[in-house]
Design a protein around this ligand. Structure first.
Ligand code: F6P
Length: 341
């Protein structure tokens, strides 16, 4: 049996660990494993890379993806569907493991409906895939946010400043909520709960009145300033999956807080630092468990599924169900976050 594996969408630490696990578990099941370069683009353009012991040697701790990735939507490219199916048939690919977020897995679902044997592995630093509790890359990202808060605290305190930390996460607030909670942030703003700048200023002033003359404010890039009624975008043009490029809310907040309270503000935009570097223990182990589980589904002939973590149990969820709706930060988590802010 020949199994292909690809990584799509934004890179995230742990992708290589997942590729390695698919290869190692696949070999032990007697499969031939081939990598597809650059996500769905590589399947359309027939860019394959045979995976061998040498190719996967030493990749477990490495960020990025040895296969490359892209935000390419094959169903939006002329002849994309036929070209993908041609590549699959030309190379006698029996099954495909797609590692990615909702966009990549959405393509996987469509392919599965076209009769391709597909299994999905959830990856995104945003942790916003409904069918699973955790996605590959999230834990590493929140560790970066935590460390950033730890590093910003001394300066905030020494200079009596408001330090605004803008984090990624698109329309979900997981990165801000969990990273900010772990980093002891004083105010956390997520897309799920719109806020007014006045409210934020009141919270900063209340801290000052209590003698806490500094604040760490963690804000999701997708957080909605109620006065503006929208998210703040860096680039309004949408990508192949309909996403704008978010960014800038940190600067807007800092400028307004400084103007309305008189407290000095500084902004740190963590950006792609959250997706770089070596994966944490949790991401390496999660990626390994997912890779092994994906091969086990292929062995059992269970396709159109996504591997998922629920509690501490790895299970299979139909891709159709796994991508249904949104995975927003729960009220329960947000209320807990607010206990500490
Ligand atoms: O989906 C992952 C993510 O890192 C989002 O949090 C962020 O909005 C986006 O990707 C950034 O994309 P790019 O790497 O294309 O700038």
């Amino acid at each position: 049996m020949k199994v292909a594996v690809l990584t799509g969408g934004g890179d995230a630490p742990g992708l290589n660990a997942a590729i390695r696990a698919v290869a190692r578990a696949g070999w032990s099941a007697g499969f031939e494993i081939v990598g597809v370069r650059n996500g769905w683009y590589g399947l359309v353009e027939d860019q394959l890379l045979p995976l061998t012991q040498e190719t996967i040697s030493g990749i477990l701790p490495r960020g990025g993806t040895i296969l490359g990735t892209s935000r390419f939507n094959p169903f939006k490219s002329e002849g994309g569907t036929d070209k993908m199916l041609d590549t699959i048939h030309r190379h006698d690919i029996d099954a495909l493991v797609a590692i990615g977020g909702d966009d990549t897995l959405g393509v996987a679902l469509k392919l599965s409906k076209l009769g391709v044997n597909v299994v999905g592995i959830p990856k995104t630093m945003d942790n916003d895939i409904p069918g699973t509790d955790f996605t590959i890359g999230f834990d590493t990202a929140v560790n970066v946010v935590m460390e950033a808060c730890d590093r910003l605290h001394p300066t905030a305190e020494a200079h009596h400043r408001v330090m605004v930390v803008e984090v990624m996460g698109r329309d979900a607030g997981w990165v801000a909520a969990v990273g900010g909670l772990a980093g002891g942030a004083d105010i956390i703003l997520v897309p799920e709960i719109p806020f007014t700048i006045d409210e934020v200023c009141e919270r900063v002033k209340a801290r000052h009145a209590r003698g806490r003359t500094f604040s760490i404010l963690v804000v999701s890039e997708g957080a909605k300033v109620a006065e503006l009624g929208t998210q703040i975008v860096q680039e309004a043009r949408v990508d192949a999956f309909g996403h704008v490029r978010l960014g800038g809310v940190g600067n807007v907040l800092a400028r307004e807080i400084e103007a309305r309270t008189g407290y000095e503000c500084r902004v740190t935009v963590l950006g792609h630092l959250q997706r770089g570097g070596a994966p944490t223990v949790f991401d390496r182990v999660l990626a390994t468990r997912y890779g092994v589980a994906a091969i086990s589904l292929i062995v059992q002939g269970q396709f159109g599924q996504m591997v998922a973590l629920r509690g501490n149990t790895i299970m299979a969820v139909p891709l159709q169900d796994a991508l249904q709706g949104t995975n927003a930060v729960s009220r329960e988590l947000y209320e807990m976050v607010n206990l500490f802010t």
